[in-house]
Structure formats: structure tokens, C-alpha cells
Design a protein around this ligand. Structure first.
Ligand code: HEC
Length: 114
């Protein structure tokens, strides 16, 4: 193998430095596109079972944009992940990542029909 000239070596080092490090694990980031349809389905079916198929409320509180506008998204995501002890709201942490819960709250705050 031909050894690199000093200039070639310098170029190789600069190139290596310019390549971004691999992205960290995506656990807390937005779900990949392939997962989003399943999460939206879950919002309508599983969450809708209590919150109403149109999310206007039922056994669970209404989850329409106007109902959530004044509430902190992170606190709402915590409710989804941990549930509300002493109420029927169950914890979903076994099924959802933090990023997925946060993404679902963002969709609810926008309105699913948007
Ligand atoms: C078994 C019934 C049930 C299911 C299923 C359910 N919830 Fe709930 N949820 C409730 C109840 C009841 C409350 C109100 C708890 C309380 O009194 O604070 C609630 C509260 C909430 C809140 C807080 C609302 C607010 O205005 O503070 C959010 C957000 C929420 N649920 C999201 C979800 C999501 C997302 C799902 C599906 C992944 C889901 N819920 C599934 C019953 C349910």
C-alpha cells in the first residue's frame, strides 16, 4: 500500500473531523415515520376508548387542542407515561418512549384532524 504524503494525511484528518459523530440513540426524539401511524392509531383507539373516539372526553378528560393549550407539554407527557394514580388513567411507559409520548402530546395539541 502506498503511504500517504503529509498533505494527503492532513486532508484525511480534516475529512475525518468533518464527518459528524453517529447520532445518539433516538429514544427521546421524535418517532420515525414508520412508527407514527401506529401511534396515531393508538391515540384514536386506545386513548379514545376512555377519552372519547373524537377525544371530546368520556371516562377520561377531553384531549382537544383547546383543553390542552394552557398545560405544559412535558407535564402532559408525564401523565401519559406515568398515568394518574387513583384514577383510571393508566401508565403507558411500558409501551411508549418519552419521545413518543411527547410526540403524541404534540399531535393532540395540534388536533388530530389537522
Ligand atoms: C382507562 C381509561 C383511560 C385510557 C385508556 C387513557 N386515559 Fe388518559 N386519562 C384518563 C382519566 C380518567 C384522566 C383524568 C385523570 C385525572 O383525574 O387527573 C386522564 C388524563 C389524561 C391526560 C391529562 C389531561 C389533562 O387535561 O390534564 C392526558 C394528556 C391523557 N390522559 C392522555 C392519554 C393518552 C395519550 C392515552 C393513550 C395512550 C390515554 N390518556 C389513555 C383515562 C384514560
Amino acid at each position: 500500500m502506498r503511504s500517504l504524503s503529509p498533505r494527503g494525511l492532513l486532508a484525511a484528518i480534516l475529512l475525518a473531523a468533518a464527518v459528524p459523530a453517529p447520532a445518539p440513540a433516538l429514544a427521546d426524539d421524535a418517532p420515525p415515520p414508520g412508527r407514527r401511524a401506529a401511534l396515531l392509531h393508538m391515540l384514536r383507539q386506545d386513548c379514545g376508548a376512555c377519552h372519547g373516539m373524537t377525544l371530546k372526553g368520556g371516562l377520561g378528560t377531553p384531549l382537544l387542542p383547546a383543553d390542552l393549550a394552557a398545560k405544559a407539554p412535558d407535564a402532559l407527557a408525564d401523565v401519559v407515561l406515568d398515568g394518574v394514580p387513583g384514577t383510571p388513567m393508566p401508565p403507558w411507559r411500558a409501551l411508549l418512549t418519552v419521545g413518543e409520548a411527547r410526540w403524541m402530546i404534540d399531535r393532540l395539541r395540534e388536533g388530530l384532524d389537522r
